[in-house]
Design a binder for this molecule. Structure first.
Ligand code: GRF
Length: 188
């Protein structure tokens, strides 16, 4: 059995899709949720879906081995970032080489980097009058949104699309592809 932990800072809709996708799966399970945000929607989802959820603070995440210790104790094999906003510290990357995956709501290398998340991304796509956007699933390294790309999917953007419309189109792609890409990656 391969065990997944999901890190999320917000609503957690992607996390819920992943949890549901792997429910009753014989070789992959979501074992743990972790969040930096005591207000995050992911906490309620974890409760509802009966997945243990850990809330941590900046110091224990960035300056100690506490999170790595929790993940190792739980025998976590893969770490999935689904709307997680903090930079991943070197000790975590070292503990999980090529086993930490992020999803970004744009076609990297466009619209990546610190501060480029959620509505900021879709507003920038809209302001630039791009005719397409999409999702990027990538390995995580020590810089925001710079790890090797694993998968991208695109959607068309029309002149009428406002940032919220772009967000909705991108979210459809996220929910459809993220669980499948994780499964393929883990099963090799
Ligand atoms: C998604 O758009 C994801 O690409 C980005 O943060 C958002 C998380 O949404 N990194 P949710 O919390 O899964 O609903």
């Amino acid at each position: 059995m391969k065990r997944i932990a999901i890190l999320a800072s917000g609503s957690g809709s992607n996390a819920e899709k992943i949890i549901n996708y792997f429910e009753n799966n014989e070789s992959i399970c979501v074992d743990l949720l972790l969040t930096n945000n005591p207000q995050a929607g992911i906490i309620e989802r974890g409760r509802r879906l009966s997945i243990p959820t850990i809330i941590f603070d900046k110091k224990s995440f960035a300056k100690t081995d506490k999170i790595v210790e929790i993940l190792k104790k739980q025998e976590i094999d893969w770490v999935i970032l689904a709307g997680f906003l903090w930079l991943i510290p070197a000790n975590l990357i070292k503990a999980y080489p090529n086993k930490i995956i992020n999803i970004h709501p744009a076609l990297l290398p466009k619209y990546g980097g610190k501060g480029m998340w959620g509505h900021f991304v879709h507003e920038a796509v809209h302001a630039n009058k791009d005719t397409e956007s999409g999702i990027t699933i990538h390995y995580v390294n020590e810089n925001y949104d710079e790890g090797e790309v694993i998968f991208q999917a695109k959607c068309e953007i029309t002149e009428e699309d406002m940032p919220a419309d772009i967000a909705a189109k991108v979210q459809v792609l996220e929910h459809k592809h993220f669980p499948e890409v994780i499964e393929k990656l883990i099963l090799g």
